[in-house]
Ligand binder design. Structure first.
Ligand code: CP
Length: 311
């Protein structure tokens, strides 16, 4: 089993070994020190070119990759689907091959279709980093979640994480499940049965529709928003009912009688899956996750580029 990450692409957390994940997290720790200095830029990837291809909306992931690239001294270009020649009928593959012909070393891609990054990785020479593909995977989100957990809890063995919300439409849930299980954490999924993907128990997770059971189980609640843009709202009676059954409020957290850490990949919907009071409380690591995202993406870009072998 590999104990270091030396892949050309990062397409998902599925199949990464514990050693590979820890290697990425250790590398990210060095970059986290860099971004906390007064001068946050290093020359590590000078001359390395990255195209950020966002075919779907993003705030955190897109800006975080852009900052990671700037802080590594990469050349980077940003592609926005709405302002591109896709509207003139060009295919995604032709678009990406066109950008690659301008001597791009890596592409970061977010797309609504599951498997879009894998499709590209088989057809282009550049490295491919998956920044979220449909309901499938979001590996850099899982890595920044792991980094944030490691900073607080040091290791993962026996850590109990309850992922609550719209699991069916969540690429974050799947990447986090793969990663947490590989590292020895225990995972429980909680939400309405209609928002649980068919067969998910085969991944070695527990499932409950009962929020009280999930809170009694966990050290960490990892909240997911309801993905209304993917029509998740049709799978239960109303947002009001969802909020009454599943919204994490301070009252619900305090009833457990021990400290529970709160995480969320964002964007958050205050008052639906998380109360404003909990989101802004000392129990919440939401903004730490965002900060750590830049360091993790620096590490991924560095390792994908060939790391030390390149310098
Ligand atoms: N967590 C996450 O992927 O957020 P964005 O959609 O804003 O990138």
């Amino acid at each position: 089993m590999s104990s270091e990450f030396h892949d050309k692409h990062l397409l998902g957390m599925e199949g990464l070994t514990e050693g590979e994940i820890i290697h990425i997290l250790d590398t990210a720790r060095s970059f986290r020190e860099v971004i906390m200095r007064p001068i946050r830029i290093v020359p590590t990837l000078r001359g390395y070119s990255v195209a950020n291809l966002f075919f779907e909306a993003s705030t955190r992931t897109r800006i975080s990759f852009e900052l990671a690239e700037k802080r590594l001294s990469c050349e980077s270009v940003n592609f926005s689907a709405a302002a591109s020649s896709l509207s003139k009928g060009e295919s995604m593959l032709d678009t990406v091959r066109t950008i690659e012909a301008m001597q791009v070393d890596a592409v970061v891609i977010r797309h609504s279709a599951q498997g879009a990054p894998h499709f590209l990785a088989q057809r282009i020479e550049a490295s491919v980093i998956n920044a979220g593909d449909g309901f499938h995977e979001h590996p850099t989100q899982a890595l920044l979640d792991l980094f944030t957990l490691r900073e607080k809890f040091q290791n993962f063995k026996g850590l109990r994480v309850a992922i609550i919300g719209d699991i069916a439409h969540s690429r974050v849930a799947l990447s986090d499940i793969f990663a947490l299980k590989t590292l020895g954490a225990e995972v429980m999924l909680c939400g309405p049965g209609s928002l649980m993907p068919y067969g998910v128990e085969s991944l070695g997770v527990r499932i409950t529709p009962d929020l009280k059971e999930a809170l009694a189980f966990c050290d960490i609640v990892y909240l997911l928003r309801i993905q209304l843009e993917r029509k998740a709202g049709l799978r239960f009676p109303s947002i009001r009912e969802y909020q009454m059954r599943y919204c994490i409020t301070m009252e619900r957290l305090m009833k457990v009688g021990r400290e529970i850490t709160v995480m969320h990949p964002g964007p958050i919907n205050r008052g639906v899956e998380i109360s404003a009071e909990v989101a802004d409380s000392p129990y919440s690591l939401i903004l730490d996750q965002v900060t750590n995202g830049v360091a993790v993406r620096m590490a991924v870009l560095y390792l994908i580029s060939g790391g030390n072998e390149r310098n």
